[in-house]
Design a protein around this ligand. Sequence first.
Ligand code: GTP
Ligand code: MG
Length: 243
Amino acid sequence: RKQVFRLSTGSCNLDRLLGGGIESMSITEAFGEFRTGKTQLSHTLCVTAQMPGANGYLGGKVMFIDTEHTFRPDRLRAIADRFNLDQTAVLENILYARAYNSEHQFELLESVAVKFHEEAGIFKLLIVDSIMALFRVDYCGRGELADRQQKLGQMMSKLQKISEEFNVAVFVTNQITSSFSGILSEDQLSKPVGGNVLAHASTTRLALRKAGVGNKRIAKIYDSPDLEESEATFVITTGGVDD
Ligand code: GTP
Ligand code: MG
């Protein structure tokens, strides 16, 4: 029997907001403007996923799909230090793949499923940072929106299937843009790129925004069937996401 587990974000506040961390057998989507911490959160999860956690969770390997070339081993080394983990061991437990276009991104998911099958029970986390960037490039014309949403829908179903079949947590990021810098209105928050397709496929949606100057950020649970729409603050540090 598959036992659902949760992975710590590195911030107790954020974990509490999420009901204990990001959940396996489901997709968590973090969306927000540039520099809101989506990639830093991805990196922190790469490390915390390797550590023992609540309810007998023992830790496991991570698959990281990078579409924006923002994966940084040096950041992982610093986060490993924070948790007193061996840097080399931490890096060795992360399987990295760069996606070059949206088709390739989809194909990579096929390979991921094969890998997760071969190494049954070893992988605990699959990250796609970011889920939409390549789709935005590949389907840029107005007339292509329907095609894009269809492909995106297929990819989200594939991710959901992988999360359930292999009992892994899936974490995806999604950049949203605002016409004013740094200020997100409720209206803009309700329209992340990807629209309804992402909204329906993701089990938990986390809206991230900046809180003034510095490294403080605010996270809000968005549109969840079973979590309260409350907020939590966290900070981005050299050691990753923290309180
Ligand atoms: P986009 O991918 O552009 O949409 O942004 P993002 O949401 O992925 O932002 P990201 O996670 O890259 O966060 C960038 C923020 O993290 C910046 O404000 C950096 O100052 C902060 N940051 C990155 N590395 C470090 C670090 O080593 N130490 C500290 N203190 N902050 C860092
Ligand atoms: Mg990023």
